[in-house]
Design a protein. Structure first.
Length: 139
């Protein structure tokens, strides 16, 4: 009894499947990679710092950007300075991190330090835990 091969001489689909798998992976990682970043959205030039703080489970990010026309963002949403505390109170309702609400305070290095202190004092006066963010420097 003679056995015969039922496949064609060059089964092309079998050889191309691994290549297609790799192409799909090469496309999927760059497309989904931006969804893994937590602070994407507002581009800043942060000051350098040697301090580090632990990553919080949930935090509210307050960002101040600009020199003359200052813009304040709460979690990538633009708010006016006069509405800052009200908007933060709305965000703090959903806080489940335990203890006082944690705020990561990101300020562009071009913002005057007096304005940064003014906004930071407002946040501290409301009882929020404020963590000043910056670019880590290597030692």
């Amino acid at each position: 009894m003679k056995l015969e091969m039922s496949l064609p001489q060059r089964p092309g689909l079998i050889y191309t499947m691994p290549v297609l798998d790799i192409l799909v992976l090469v496309l999927v990682f760059p497309l989904l990679g931006s969804s893994f970043t937590t602070n994407a959205g507002v581009e800043l030039s942060l000051p350098d710092t040697s301090h580090r703080f632990d990553r919080m489970e949930r935090s509210i990010v307050v960002t101040v950007k600009g020199t003359k026309e200052r813009q304040i963002y709460i979690n990538r949403r633009l708010v006016k300075e006069r509405d800052l505390l009200e908007e933060l109170a709305d965000e703090a309702v959903n806080w489940d991190g335990g203890g006082a609400v944690g705020i990561i305070f990101r300020v562009d290095r071009r913002v005057p330090s007096g304005y940064k202190t003014h906004i930071g004092d407002k946040l501290l006066a409301e009882g929020y835990r404020v963590y000043d963010a910056g670019n880590p420097v290597s030692k």
